[in-house]
Design a protein around this ligand. Structure first.
Ligand code: NAD
Length: 262
């Protein structure tokens, strides 16, 4: 972790990172990328396939991303290949954001005991194990420490209707964050899960009755509203800065306080 930043107004000046999971301008990862750039960080962005490239290439250009690479974490070697390119471009990496999830629709909405082995494996591999693999591939590029951040959800801790097996996967992801923080702490690498309240994104549109979830959340939240991707972006960008140097291993809610209310 470099601590001698000469510009306190741009706390990410001179820092370089990888941001995954931009599908369009509604994506949480897009707001993270914007917030990181606003704080002076340099970024590599990824897109999942040629279909999403159509929407994400103009975003990458407008953000001034130094790399724009295809990444499908379900394809062997894809993640490691992208990280090798990050190494070639940046030399060192200071932060990485994992904002990717996948689950078959029937596994979200059915009973969890009906989840097939293949469905469970795919959801766990893409949404959780990829974060472990990301950390492993990035470790040699993070000799001076830094931050690794993933996105979780309240369904990890409580039963949320229509979240099904994804709740189990997010619970594993939050546990992974703690174990990774323990393993990587001696290297100065901090690991976080950010847990946003519900936001209408492409991934969220696959969850049945999502509008009801949004309404219920706004009604429950002490701040009286649901959060925006910009609010998630601001928190995540802060976690990438040296300002979070005393923290690691946590799940941090950005949900207008909804999770504290029964
Ligand atoms: P999104 O659809 O914009 O982003 C999901 C991303 O996952 C997409 O960019 C997609 O390309 C990527 N992805 C899926 N499978 C992939 C694969 N095999 N390889 C590479 N990328 C893959 O939706 P979002 O809401 O911005 O989701 C981002 C993260 O935030 C997810 O982890 C999601 O679970 C989490 N989250 C979302 C909400 C919400 O309400 N929207 C709340 C809490 C947590």
């Amino acid at each position: 972790m470099s601590t001698n930043n000469p510009n306190p107004l741009l706390p990410l000046a001179g820092k370089k990172g990888l941001i995954t999971g931009v599908a369009n301008d509604k994506s949480i990862a897009y707001a993270v990328a914007k917030a990181v750039r606003a704080l002076g960080g340099e970024i590599a962005l990824t897109y999942q396939n040629d279909k999403t490239a159509m929407y994400t290439r103009p975003l990458a250009e407008s953000l001034g991303a130094r790399l724009f690479e295809k990444l499908d974490v379900a394809q062997p070697g894809s993640l490691e290949g992208v990280i090798e390119k990050c190494g070639n471009e940046f030399g060192e990496i200071d932060f990485a954001v994992h904002s990717m999830a996948f689950c078959n629709g029937e596994d979200l909405h059915g009973r969890v005991i009906d989840t097939t082995e293949a469905g469970f494996d795919a959801a766990m591999n893409i949404s959780c194990h990829s974060f472990l693999r990301m950390a492993k591939a990035l470790e040699p590029l993070m000799a001076h420490g830094g931050s690794l951040i993933t996105m979780s959800y309240l369904g990890a801790e409580r039963v949320v209707r229509n979240y099904g097996v994804m709740g189990i996967i997010k619970a594993a992801l939050e546990s992974a964050v703690r174990y990774m923080a323990y393993d990587l702490g001696p290297k100065g690498i901090r690991v976080f899960a950010v847990s946003p309240g519900p936001i209408m994104t492409r991934a969220a549109s696959g969850i049945a009755n999502f509008n009801q979830l949004l309404e219920a959340d706004a009604a429950k939240a002490p701040l009286g509203h649901t959060v925006t991707i910009e609010e998630v972006g601001a928190l995540t960008a802060f976690l990438c800065t040296d300002g979070s140097s005393g923290m690691t291993g946590q799940t941090i809610y950005v949900d207008a306080g909804a999770h504290i209310v029964a």
